[in-house]
Design a protein. Structure first.
Length: 206
């Protein structure tokens, strides 16, 4: 695996991780709770980044060939097409004049609009990589930077899974317009709710 191709794969992973970290910051730092469409877009970004991540893992075990590259970037394109469709759907939901959109805009556009831009870039970058597939197997040169990028992606996927659970609580679905972390609210209500014995004895909670 040549140094140039290695750098492209690492860059794709790190760029996606940066976008996902920005989404987490908006959720926990600014209180912008993601809706179901937002969660699907995050999942699509993770799947798109898993393409080059899988390629790095494959290169760490031995030479990679054109078939490996094609599988990697084809997975990224498929994930980006799904995510782009969802983000375009969300853009169209708020395209009417006077519609403020969902959430606060960042750098002039809402997060779902930025997500659409990211998916378009993923498709273009992956297609360019597939246009220049290696003609023969390339020996891997996977170093610490590549391994750390894959570990970072895995950590972000785990954090997003926890974030979705915190927001949804013990429910199978998210509301269309979430305004709080349901798991935290449910735990608080259980702590503050008086027990059956206290209600019968008339003991008041402070």
């Amino acid at each position: 695996m040549t140094l140039f191709r290695l750098c492209i794969a690492i860059t794709c992973i790190l760029a996606t991780c940066a976008v996902l970290l920005g989404a987490l910051w908006a959720q926990f730092g600014q209180g912008e709770f993601p809706c179901p469409l937002c969660i699907i877009q995050r999942m699509a970004m993770m799947l798109a980044a898993l393409g080059p991540a899988w390629l790095l893992c494959r290169a760490a075990r031995g030479p990679v060939d054109a078939h490996d590259f094609a599988q990697c970037y084809a997975c990224s394109i498929l994930a980006a097409l799904v995510g782009g469709t969802v983000s375009a759907r969300q853009v169209l939901l708020h395209i009417a004049p006077g519609d403020p959109g969902y959430g606060a805009p960042m750098f002039g556009m809402h997060l779902y609009t930025w997500a659409f831009v990211v998916f378009v870039v993923v498709v273009l970058a992956s297609a360019m990589q597939m246009l220049f597939l290696p003609k023969r197997s390339e020996a891997p040169r996977v170093g610490l930077g590549a391994r750390l990028s894959v570990l970072l992606l895995g950590a972000i996927i785990a954090v997003n899974a926890v974030a979705v659970f915190v927001e949804s609580g013990f429910h199978w679905y998210l509301p269309d317009n979430p305004t709080s972390n349901r798991l935290i609210e449910e735990l608080r209500s259980e702590v503050s709710e008086p027990s059956a014995g206290e209600r019968e004895s008339g003991v008041e909670q402070p």
